[in-house]
Design a protein around this ligand. Structure first.
Ligand SMILES: [Zn+2]
Length: 498
């Protein structure tokens, strides 16, 4: 059996006094977290312990009991009486932050030592411990009760005492057959939300090798890009017959958005010459860029998984992302390409967990020359733009032409097919699109990328053996999806926020 985790997000209907209590509870929680971060910092050995042992050790250091009347750093000196479960949630939050911080610190020390050994100066500054804390309060079992689809009773700090309060929740109901985890109280702007992990147990999908031994298995291979086509997905059978294609667009718009924001950030820096001035303004811009990228990565990954499901694919295939190639040029250009690269990573990660929750496994293949290889005869292709000579290799150009077999088409789609073929090859299959398919492709080639044309209807999947007709026929553009996202995208399905 496998488990899938999603997050149930519910907005809390607010009265002014509730908001004040939530704010007080969160402030207290963060004071306690900051206190424990300090305690961990002052006691070297703590981070070498397991989480459970560290929790016990930290309680011994701070919590007075009859057996332990004089702890070294008593918690009650900095804060009001704290319920045990509230304290433990704070300790675990502090442990998480401390582990992350000290890992970064030791990596930095290693880099510094390495640079000094070579007689150089270490370029980057040391990581600093958090100066402010903004953790969300986690309610362990015992800090909440009487949960129904529309309300919950939480134990909150009102500013003067601990009190049980009944709170109404709006939004999605708790789906049947899933187990509720500990809820967190999340502040977004001036609204408060309750986020609850939902765990569902299901019969997990079979592994890739097992699945591909059956001829009926379909896989969805995805080429992620930095250009306008952020993702191009193709469906093929375990025999290598290509069934359909989907283009997920939006790259240009987000590129232009980032370019504007990064340009303004660069100008602000030049103007002030000081980081302090205008810093707030820039911080807001950074956040805007980051949110936009994250939203888009979620939308694209949801569309990828939705397409795979509609087409009955049970495997997703991506290529390994490789390394970021540093760009030359202006600040905004460098920053933009870096962010586009990060977004590819997010699209992969989000697709992977969304696919898993839908019972689809994800695999990755070697990225070497996936966009230079012909999907039909595996020779190297020419890559060019409309109106250019069909020769040479222009990075990022939209069209491909294979001099050996005459294949012509969309370069990203060709790469997506090759990615799927890599997986089949790895499983000892020899995928090669059928000969008729190739003929059709060559005949239709004069039309250019006629995949661009297409309605909103989903292509029907033809009976196998007639795949040739599908080389162009079912491939279609997915336009306007940004304005009209399909209602079947589960908007709540977000596990990570970065
Ligand atoms: Zn070829």
């Amino acid at each position: 059996m496998a488990t899938a985790t999603t997050t149930l997000k519910q907005v809390l209907s607010g009265h002014a006094d509730r908001t004040a209590w939530f704010t007080a509870t969160q402030a207290l929680f963060n004071r306690v977290v900051a206190f424990y971060f300090g305690v961990i910092n002052a006691h070297d050995g703590v981070l070498e312990l397991s989480n459970q042992e560290a929790l016990t050790a930290l309680e011994k250091l701070t919590h007075a009991t009859t057996a332990n009347p004089d702890p070294i750093m008593p918690l009650h000196e900095i804060a009001y009486p704290i319920p045990a479960l509230f304290r433990r949630a704070a300790i675990n939050a502090a442990l998480g932050s401390a582990r992350s911080f000290f890992t970064h610190l030791s990596k930095w020390k290693a880099r510094k030592a390495k640079a000094e050994a070579k007689g150089k100066k270490c370029g980057d500054r040391p990581p600093v411990p958090p100066r402010t804390w903004n953790k969300s309060v986690l309610f362990y079992t015992g800090q909440w009760k009487e949960r129904t689809d529309t309300c919950i009773v939480l134990k909150v700090w009102t500013g003067s005492c601990w009190s049980w309060v009944k709170i109404h929740t709006l939004g999605r109901e708790v789906p049947e057959g899933s187990t509720l985890g500990s809820p967190s109280l999340i502040r977004k702007g001036d609204r408060w939300w309750l986020h609850t992990p939902l765990e569902k147990t299901f019969k997990g999908p079979a592994n890739v090798a097992h699945q591909l031994s059956g001829p009926a298995t379909k896989l969805c291979s995805i080429d992620l890009n930095l250009g306008e086509n952020l993702a191009v997905c193709t469906i093929q059978t375990a025999e290598g017959t290509v069934l359909s294609t989907k283009f997920l667009k939006g790259g240009k718009e987000v590129h232009d958005f980032r370019k504007r924001q990064l340009g303004t950030i660069a100008r602000n820096r030049n103007m002030t010459g000081l980081i302090a001035q205008g810093e707030q303004d820039n911080a807001a811009r950074w956040q805007k860029i980051s949110h936009r990228d994250d939203d888009l990565a979620h939308q694209i990954s949801a569309r990828i998984v939705q397409f795979a499901r509609e087409q009955g694919a049970s495997i997703l295939v991506f290529e390994h992302l490789g390394h970021l190639k540093p760009q030359q040029g202006k600040y905004s250009r460098r920053g933009n390409s870096k962010r586009a690269f990060w977004m590819k990573g997010r699209m992969f990660r989000y697709s992977k967990y969304k696919a898993w929750n839908a019972g689809i496994v994800t695999s990755r293949v070697n990225p070497r020359h996936t966009s230079r290889e012909c999907a039909w005869c595996h020779e190297l292709v020419a890559r060019y733009s409309q109106g250019q000579a069909e020769e040479g290799y222009t990075m990022g150009a939209p069209l491909v032409f294979c001099a050996k077999c005459g294949m012509r088409g969309n370069a990203d789609r060709n790469a997506a097919i090759v990615i799927g073929q890599r997986l089949l090859q790895r499983q000892g299959k020899k995928p090669s699109p059928s000969h008729e398919a190739h003929e059709e492709a060559a005949q239709a080639a004069g039309v250019g990328i006629c995949q661009e044309a297409g309605g909103d209807e989903e292509p029907s999947i033809p009976p196998s053996g007639h795949a040739g007709l599908q080389w162009h026929g079912t491939a279609k553009e997915e336009g306007r999806w940004m304005e009209a996202p399909s209602s079947s995208i589960p908007v709540q399905l977000r596990l990570f926020s970065e």
